[in-house]
Design a protein around this ligand. Structure first.
Ligand SMILES: [Zn+2]
Length: 236
């Protein structure tokens, strides 16, 4: 059976640590939420950007189509004009103009073809990426709503833990509480009440002196690690 004083300290420490852990987790909640929201935004942006890029290329394609139609109607107009001109140099000039317009149309058609291929490849990329990305997004959204549930749970738990921690504080003898508070000031990280095993402190893992061991073995004595200051005890 463990020394009763050590048992009281261990109980106090366990409630203290659980309370601190729950508070810390609740404090971190906005950060966790923000991190998840950021990840969701990145995933949706990826989809949106691809969709937007496809729309832009489609718009450019349509514009080229309109330009081609416009040039082709000019060609038709020049050809009609040619039928009416009298002078051969005028006829030649129109011929030259028509040839250059036809050349332009051919270049535009090449560009249009390239754009259509681009649309096709981006669309196939999008359809391949869409459902895994959507799944990922909905998984992240589930996690996000899980955080809300967790926050509600933690708030209730903190209430309960605060009460049990308070009860421990009221029950523990004053000199034990003082010893506990002193250790918390010296050692920044929990645990503060640790077992000794093979003469090693369970907190700092360093060897404790024979005096510390001897003191820890005496019923009712509080013994502190001479390296880190934590309260040490023997498992019995
Ligand atoms: Zn130690």
């Amino acid at each position: 059976m463990q020394d009763e004083r050590i048992q009281q300290l261990i109980l106090l420490q366990s409630r203290d640590r659980r309370l601190a852990g729950a508070k810390n987790e609740l404090d971190q909640m906005p950060n966790s939420r923000e991190a998840l929201q950021k990840r969701i935004a990145i995933e949706s942006d990826t989809l949106d950007l691809t969709r937007k890029s496809i729309l832009e290329v489609e718009a450019r394609c349509k514009k080229i189509e309109g330009d081609i139609a416009e040039i082709e109607s000019r060609v038709t107009r020049y050809k009609t004009q040619q039928l009416q001109v009298k002078r051969p140099e005028e006829y030649k000039a129109l011929d030259k103009e028509i040839a250059s317009l036809i050349e332009q149309v051919s270049e535009m058609e090449d560009e249009q073809l390239e754009l259509l291929e681009k649309i096709e490849s981006e669309q196939s990329l999008l359809s391949a990426a869409e459902s895994p990305l959507q799944e990922k997004i909905s998984r992240l959204e589930t996690q996000l709503s899980g955080l809300d549930d967790r926050a509600v749970f933690l708030t209730e738990e903190i209430d309960e833990l605060e009460q049990s921690y308070k009860a421990s504080l009221e029950q523990i003898p004053a000199e034990l509480l003082l010893a506990y508070k002193q250790v918390k000031r010296v050692a920044k990280r929990s645990p503060w009440v640790v077992p000794v095993e093979n003469q090693l402190c369970g907190g700092c893992n360093l060897r404790v002196s024979n005096d510390v061991v001897a003191k820890a073995l005496v019923e009712g004595q509080i013994s502190n690690c001479d390296q880190c200051g934590r309260i040490v005890y023997f498992e019995r």
